[in-house]
Design a protein around this ligand. Structure first.
Ligand code: ADP
Ligand code: MG
Length: 462
C-alpha cells in the first residue's frame, strides 16, 4: 500500500544518509587524529579540548588502604569504598551504593546538587563495617569522578567549563568543582578530603591499567561518550608546566564534542541538536551515545507517522514527546528474536501507546533501530582508530608487536550487545592485521575503582 511505499522511502533515505562505509570511517579517524594534534597544540585549537588531567602516573598495584570514590556523570551517581591491599592482596573488599539524581537537581543550583550528593555520601560512610580499616589518626580520602568538561588546575581542583548530558546548573559553571563538593561535605558534617578529581574516562583508564599494564586508552559509551589516553608529555605543546618524571600525561579528549564534515548527519540529528540544551555542541556524542540513540529513533518514527501515516491515520500523541523512547527500550526492540517480534509490539504499546501493529510495521521499527545503532557503533570504532593512529599503534611495525589495551565502560557498551559487537567487529575490520595487537577490555566500574586508586596514589599521607 501507499503507506509502506512512503515509509520505505523515508527508511531508504535514513539508511543512505547514515551510511558509514570503510572509506568514510577512515576519513573520520584521520580527522580525529588531526584534531587531537590541534587540541594539544593550543588552548582552543580544536573542537577537541584535549584536557590535561594532571594524572602523570597510573596505578601500579602498590596502592594500599581504605579509599572512597564518588562517581557523578549521568542520571545516577555512585558512592564506593575499597580496601586496597597492595601488590599481593589487590582489592581486598569493595562496596558501593547507587543513587539516582532527582531531575530537578540537574537544572537547579550548585548547592542543592552538592548537598544532595554529600548527604548521600555521609549516609554511605555511616554504613562502613568492620572489614574496612582506616589507619589510626587519618582522614578519609576520596577520589571524585566528575564526568563533565573540567579545566583541571591540579590533581584535586578544576573549574567546570560547561555542562553536558542534560545538566544545566548555571551557578556552577566556572566554579572549582572540588571546592563545591568540599563545602557541601563540610555542611553535612563529614570529615573527608577530596584527593583527586578525575573524569570517568581517566578513572576507567586508571582501573584498566590496574588490571592490565598494557592499558593505554579508555572509552566511555554510556549516557554520553568520551575517551582518554596516555600521551607523551613532549607531544603536548600547550603544556607549559614542568615535564612530569614519567614523561607521560593522561589526556581527557572530550571527544563527544568532535565534529567533522565527514560525519554522516541526518535531518533528525540536526533537529535534535537545535532543540537540545547545548545546540552546536557535542555532535559526536549526539549521534553515538545512550542519551540520544533512542531519541533519534523516535524522531524517525514520528516522521513516518506524520508523513506516511505509518501508525494509522492519527499520529500517536506519545510519539511526539521528546526523549520518551529511551535507548534501553530501543535496545530491547532491536534484540527481539521472537518470530512475531512480540517485544517490539509490547514496547510500542507500553511506551508509545501504539496498539495492533502488524509484523511488517514492527520489522520497520527494528530496521530503524539497526540503522541508528550501527552508525553510532561504527563511528565509535573510527574514533578509537583515530586515537591509535595518533599513537602510531594502528599499524604493525617490523618485528614489533606491542599490545594496546583499550578499556571500555558505560551502560551502552555493557548492555547493548548489538552495538558492542558492531563496534568491536568494525574496529577489527579497520585495523586489519594490526588488529591482533589491539585488545578491548571491559573495565567494569573501572571509573569508580580508578578514582579510588588515584586518590590512593595522591594521598596526603604518602
Ligand atoms: P552514565 O553514563 O550515566 O555514567 P552508565 O555508564 O551506566 O551511566 O550508562 C547509562 C546509559 O547506558 C543509559 O543512559 C542508557 O543510555 C544506556 N543503557 C543502559 N542500559 C542499556 C540497555 N539495556 N541498552 C542500551 N543502552 C543502555
Ligand atoms: Mg558513568
Amino acid at each position: 500500500s501507499g503507506k509502506y511505499a512512503k515509509t520505505a522511502a523515508i527508511l531508504d533515505e535514513l539508511a543512505k544518509k547514515s551510511e558509514t562505509p570503510e572509506a568514510k570511517l577512515r576519513q573520520v579517524a584521520d580527522a580525529m587524529s588531526v584534531e587531537m594534534h590541534a587540541g594539544l597544540a593550543s588552548e582552543g585549537g580544536s573542537k577537541l579540548k584535549m584536557l590535561i588531567s594532571f594524572v602523570d602516573n597510573l596505578p601500579t598495584g602498590d596502592e594500599k588502604g581504605l579509599f572512597y570514590a564518588l562517581d557523578l556523570g549521568g542520571t545516577n551517581f555512585r558512592v564506593l569504598r575499597v580496601q586496597l591491599g597492595g601488590k599481593e592482596k589487590r582489592v581486598i573488599k569493595q562496596e558501593f551504593d547507587e543513587v539516582s539524581i532527582p531531575p530537578n537537581l540537574m537544572v537547579g543550583t550548585s548547592d542543592e546538587l552538592f548537598d544532595f550528593i554529600a548527604s548521600a555520601l555521609a549516609k554511605f560512610v555511616a554504613t562502613e563495617g568492620e572489614d574496612f580499616h582506616l589507619s589510626p589518626g587519618r582522614q578519609r580520602e576520596l577520589g571524585f569522578t566528575f564526568s563533565f568538561p573540567v579545566k583541571q588546575l591540579s590533581i584535586a581542583s578544576g573549574t567546570l567549563i560547561t555542562w553536558t548530558k542534560g545538566f544545566s546548573i548555571e551557578d556552577a559553571v566556572g566554579e572549582d568543582i572540588v571546592a563545591e563538593l568540599s563545602k557541601a561535605i563540610e555542611r553535612v558534617g563529614l570529615d573527608m578530603r577530596v584527593a583527586a578529581l578525575v573524569n570517568d574516562t581517566i578513572g576507567t583508564l586508571a582501573g584498566g591499567r590496574y588490571n592490565n599494564p598494557d592499558a593505554i586508552a579508555a572509552v566511555i559509551l554510556g549516557t554520553g561518550t568520551n575517551a582518554a589516553y596516555v600521551e607523551r608529555a613532549q607531544a603536548i605543546p600547550k603544556w607549559h608546566g614542568l615535564l612530569p618524571k614519567s614523561g607521560e600525561m593522561v589526556i581527557n579528549m572530550e571527544w563527544g564534542n568532535f565534529r567533522a564534515s565527514h560525519l554522516p548527519l541526518t535531518e533528525y540529528d540536526h533537529a535534535l541538536d537545535v532543540e537540545s540544551l547545548n545546540p552546536g555542541e557535542q555532535i559526536f556524542e549526539k549521534i553515538i551515545s545512550g542519551m540520544y540513540l533512542g531519541e533519534i529513533v523516535r524522531r524517525v518514527l514520528c516522521r513516518m507517522a506524520e508523513e506516511a501515516a505509518f501508525f494509522g491515520d492519527v499520529v500517536p500523541p506519545k510519539l511526539r514527546t521528546p526523549f520518551i523512547l529511551r535507548t534501553p527500550v530501543m535496545s530491547a526492540m532491536h534484540h527481539d528474536s521472537s518470530s512475531d517480534l512480540k517485544v517490539v509490539a509490547t514496547k510500542l504499546k507500553d511506551i508509545l501507546e501504539i496498539t495492533n501493529t502488524s509484523l511488517k510495521t514492527r520489522k520497520v521499527v527494528v530496521e530503524v533501530c539497526d540503522i541508528v545503532a550501527s552508525r553510532g557503533a561504527r563511528l565509535s570504532a573510527a574514533g578509537i582508530l583515530g586515537i591509535l593512529k595518533k599513537l602510531g599503534r594502528d599499524v604493525v611495525k617490523d618485528g614489533e608487536k606491542p599490545t594496546s589495551v583499550i578499556s571500555l565502560d558505560g551502560g551502552l557498551y555493557e548492555h547493548y550487545s548489538k552495538f558492542r559487537n558492531t563496534m568491536e567487529s568494525t574496529l577489527k575490520e579497520l585495523l586489519g592485521e594490526a588488529g591482533d595487537s589491539i585488545v578491548i577490555e571491559h573495565s567494569n566500574d573501572g571509573s569508580g575503582i580508578g578514582a579510588a586508586l588515584l586518590a590512593a596514589s595522591h594521598s596526603q599521607y604518602l
